[in-house]
Design a binder for this molecule. Structure first.
Ligand code: FAD
Length: 479
């Protein structure tokens, strides 16, 4: 039976960062992921904001981690070679109730140590964002807010963890656990292994994974939220992240100018669903709220809609849990359950928190070979002409465009497959194919053929995004 020091369950952002931070220590780490790829759950569908830290009560772990995480994000993104946009955010008020909310966020943020916060008059805000709707009352400016591509960050953290010695096992679902001779015996659908310690980062299933071994202490109640994405450089795209605090109590809206240049609008709150399909009523609500703050938006520029699922943590008595739910039900067993916003912002901090505690429990030394750097896949279209020409000279695949919207070459797609992409969306998450205005209509077929050839499977076995999403029907199914 295989033996590890630590088994991390779930390769979303939290699991990938837990593995990366643990790999700073001399530990045998295995990262177990049920799906065919990493970052296919909550980590690929969220608002993508790196929050400054105004939303949490002073003195809480959440507030402290968010402010620290935000301050370290430039360095983290440099290390992992992931683009970060420090565009800043404006929280918008159109009346007295929202004005009071903004004043409270300012007070809270200042107490939390968020740098550069300023309450702006309407005129100051209009100078920063001329396309805002009339009637603005005030705005809270947070210069340190930013945005990243969340799945790129998670994939980068995973690659870095593997580079530092962690083993990634995909298509490996944890089914049962028990303690045995002071270790954890973990049964998966690919066999049994043991680990001295377990870190449970199973996202929407984290409560059930902990309950494989311990009595229920936190329950996840899922709710869904809808998003729309507008084309790059769409009309009325703001320069800052906009957060709309409505005058009537209720869900507002966040508008994010993404690192790629799109505009992401979201989100809603729909009850008790595990479905990632967007709902028409939710999309209508997002659009209705969006035009209240940005009346010049043109929804004919919408290129995609999707839903996200929130893992809302509840106590066994049903009351909601506001703090980060870091469970430690037994020695050397840690669970992150129901981590919602700001889980992306704090993914590294949470990984580091658990890694430090496990290092003590396992008496682990530093890994002298740890390297924090990871190189991304080279992007020829961002290189100067001469460098691009030289690259094509060395490898002609850099001269063959596969995705015309995003200018992605055959060499990049092959490198994405070499680094672990096994689906069309896995390639997309690594090199951005299909992210443009045609949404893959022109490249999907080529990428399916490239995946089939590289993986040695028929095209009918290639999926868009996991089992059940096969793109091409097999010959016998066509008859
Ligand atoms: C709607 C929404 C918006 C958000 N917006 C923001 C934001 O703007 N800024 C911010 O900071 N944070 C945001 N967050 C939070 C952030 O997205 C998450 O905290 C983050 O993505 C972490 O996800 P995860 O790793 O816990 O879960 P996931 O990404 O879902 O990963 C869990 C993994 O566990 C695997 N798994 C499950 N069961 C098993 C098993 N038995 N065996 C093996 N593997 C298993 C799953 O397949 C999955 O891959 C948002 C969250 C939501 C829901």
């Amino acid at each position: 039976m295989e033996r590890f020091d630590v088994a991390v369950i779930g390769a979303g952002l939290l699991g990938c960062f837990a593995a990366r931070e643990l790999s700073r220590r001399k530990l045998d780490i295995v990262l177990l992921e049920a799906r065919e790829d990493v970052c296919t759950g909550i980590s690929r569908a969220n608002t993508a904001v790196i929050y400054p830290g105004c939303d949490h009560k002073p003195g809480t772990l959440k507030a402290e981690m968010t402010v620290r995480a935000n301050a370290g994000f430039d360095r983290l993104c440099e290390e992992l070679n992931v683009p970060l946009s420090r565009c800043g955010s404006l929280m918008l008020s159109f009346g007295p109730r929202a004005d009071a909310v903004l004043r409270e966020k300012l007070r809270q943020g200042q107490e939390n140590g968020v740098p550069g916060l300023r309450l702006l008059s309407a005129n100051e805000a209009y100078r920063m964002e001329p396309a805002l709707a009339p009637g603005l009352s005030s705005a809270l400016f947070s210069p340190t807010a930013g945005t990243v591509n969340p799945w790129q960050l998670g994939i980068a953290a995973c690659e870095n963890a593997v580079r530092n010695g962690a083993q990634l096992r995909r298509n490996t679902r944890v089914l049962a656990m028990r303690t045995e001779d002071g270790s954890y015996r973990i049964e998966t659908d690919r066999g049994v292994l043991t680990a001295r310690a377990v870190v449970n980062c199973a996202g929407l299933a984290a409560d059930r994974v902990q309950e494989l071994l311990f009595p229920p202490s936190v329950r996840i109640v899922p709710t869904a939220g809808d998003y729309v994405v507008l084309d790059q450089n769409c009309a009325g795209r703001p320069a800052h992240i906009l957060e709309y605090e409505p005058e009537k109590r209720g869900k507002g809206l966040t508008a994010v100018p993404t690192v790629k240049g799109n505009l992401l609008l979201g989100t809603t709150e729909r009850e008790n669903t595990l479905a990632y399909a967007a709902a028409e009523c939710g999309l209508d609500r997002v659009k209705a709220l969006a035009v209240r703050i940005l009346p010049g938006l043109d929804f004919s520029e919408v290129i995609r809609s999707f839903a996200a699922v929130r893992p809302n943590p509840r106590s066994p008595d049903g009351s909601s849990i506001q703090s980060f739910c870091i469970e430690h039900p037994a020695e050397r067993f840690w669970s992150l359950i129901g981590i919602k916003t700001p889980g992306l912002t704090c993914a590294r901090e949470l990984g580091s928190y658990i890694s430090d505690r496990l290092a003590t429990e396992l008496d682990a030394e530093q890994n002298p070979l740890f390297t924090p750097e990871r190189r991304g896949i080279p992007k020829p279209h961002s290189l100067p002409y001469e460098e691009r020409k030289a690259l094509v000279g060395r490898d002609p695949d850099y001269g063959e465009i596969v995705c015309f919207c995003e200018d992605v070459t055959r060499a990049e797609v092959l490198e994405a497959i070499r680094r672990g992409a096994v689906t069309v969306d896995g390639v997309k998450r690594r090199v951005g194919t299909g992210m443009g205005c045609c949404q893959g209509a022109r490249c999907e077929q080529k990428i399916t053929a490239m995946l089939a050839e590289a993986l040695g499977v028929p095209e009918s076995a290639v999926c868009k995004d996991g089992p059940g999403s096969e793109i091409v029907r097999a010959e016998h199914e066509r008859l």
